[in-house]
Ligand binder design. Structure first.
Ligand code: FES
Ligand code: FES
Length: 403
């Protein structure tokens, strides 16, 4: 148990919490604030969304102990909030309240949309709401209610809304400043979008071994292999040509490669979410053992997520003309994308991506050119995800009946 002090809905609380207790359980079980609902507990459904220092946050994937000194607002804490008052009335007018399970999270997200996107149209509202799932398929009323509030504000701006908008855009509370300062002080990860003076490839490529060990213990590791119908020496030579290797992965580019230092980027689109990771890595190759490890860190300028990881690969000669490439990945994610880091779907997705990567390597070794637009393309997640989902559906229905 660890002592924590947090501010919830304007009141200060000091309690003991297990390091593993998430904020959702802490709010419900310790503080009896049961308006925060828990659906998936995987960061997917959005039912548990609360404000942490003014930002919508999944309570189910935020540790309570990580909220030391921070300001939390739950659905019970909006009594005097002008935006929430308008939203409540609009939700009632548009029959947006159904079973109500998703409603606290929907309202927190709706408030964020109203404050952050005053010009949002229906398509944008739907996109922003895509992280909040409603089992009743009741989105129309919810979307109409948010559009109604936006329209009211465009027609008759409310001074309280403006103050809240300015506050949301201004530097946040002292607690946020402390967290931001602590994040910037983390030694191994560069701060998003701002290369520091020491932000050389060598500095960025340092991966924290403790973070990697933790990531592995938490299950953020993937082992996969693919076969290439070419001799092991030829495959090993090809794997040393990083720009050629990157051309086998849509969305990936190598910017510089000097000795063992590598800088590059990869763009990914995952449903409504886009990520463009830029980073640096150190490639250590053991020619005798035909194994290599790429250790690197990167940051996504879009979602402000940061990652670090090791990708090890080793080649095994299956026969004179066939090679197996074994790939082991261990990764740590911080920021908004971290909520997906342990989902089985993501692991399936990465496995499919690596399998595609293997097929592309075979094509290149067969003498086929890389697609001309490969460096600009993003990873074709839609196609890969469809394959993943279809594979899962087939798996569910293909299972033999239980005895
Ligand atoms: S319970 Fe937190 S996102 Fe579903
Ligand atoms: S109103 Fe029922 S799940 Fe959203």
């Amino acid at each position: 148990m660890e002592p924590i002090s947090i501010h919830v809905n304007g009141r200060s609380f000091s309690r003991q919490a297990e390091p593993r207790t998430h904020l959702g359980d802490f709010l419900r079980d310790e503080l009896r604030l049961t308006g925060t609902h828990l659906g998936c507990e995987h960061g997917v459904c959005g039912a548990c969304t609360v404000l942490v220092d003014g930002e919508p946050t999944r309570a189910c994937i935020t540790f309570a102990v990580a909220c030391e000194g921070r300001e939390i607002t739950t659905i019970e804490g909006y009594d005097d909030d002008a935006v929430m008052q308008c939203l409540r009335q609009a939700f009632t007018r548009h029959h947006a309240l159904q079973c109500g399970f998703c409603t606290p999270g929907m309202l927190a997200t709706a408030r964020d949309i109203v404050l952050r996107l005053p010009e949002a149209d229906e398509a944008r509202v739907r996109l922003e709401l895509s992280g909040n799932l409603c089992r009743c398929t009741g989105y129309q009323g919810i979307v109409d209610a948010i559009l109604d509030v936006l329209q009211q504000q465009r027609a008759n701006p409310d001074v309280q809304f403006e103050q809240l908008r300015q506050r949301a855009g201004a530097p946040r509370t002292a607690a946020t400043a402390r967290v931001t300062a602590a994040r910037q002080a983390e030694p191994s990860l560069p701060s998003p979008g701002k290369p520091a003076a020491s932000d050389t490839a060598a500095d960025m490529a340092e991966v924290d071994p403790v973070a990697m060990a933790r990531a592995k213990a938490k299950g953020n590791a993937i082992e996969v292999h693919f076969d290439v119908p070419h001799p092991v020496d030829r495959v090993w030579d090809f794997m040393g040509d990083l720009p050629a290797v990157a051309s086998c992965l849509p969305g990936a580019t190598i910017d510089t490669h000097e000795g063992e230092r590598v800088k590059g980027s990869i763009a990914i689109k995952f449903g409504p979410m886009s990520a463009a990771f830029a980073g640096a890595a150190r490639l250590e190759r053991d020619d005798a053992a035909r194994r290599a490890v790429l250790r690197g860190a990167g940051q996504d300028s879009l979602s402000k997520s940061r990652t670090q990881g090791d990708i090890s690969y080793r080649l095994e000669a299956l026969s004179a003309g066939n090679t197996r490439v074994h790939v082991d990945m261990v990764y740590a994610l911080q920021g908004p994308l971290a909520q997906f880091s342990r989902s089985g779907l993501v692991k399936d997705f990465v496995r499919r991506m690596v399998a595609d990567f293997g097929r592309q390597i075979t094509r290149r070794l067969d003498g086929q050119a890389a697609p001309v637009d490969a460096p600009q393309a993003t990873v074709s997640v839609a196609a890969v995800m469809w394959g993943v989902l279809w594979g899962r559906i087939r798996g569910w229905f293909g299972r033999p009946p239980r005895a």
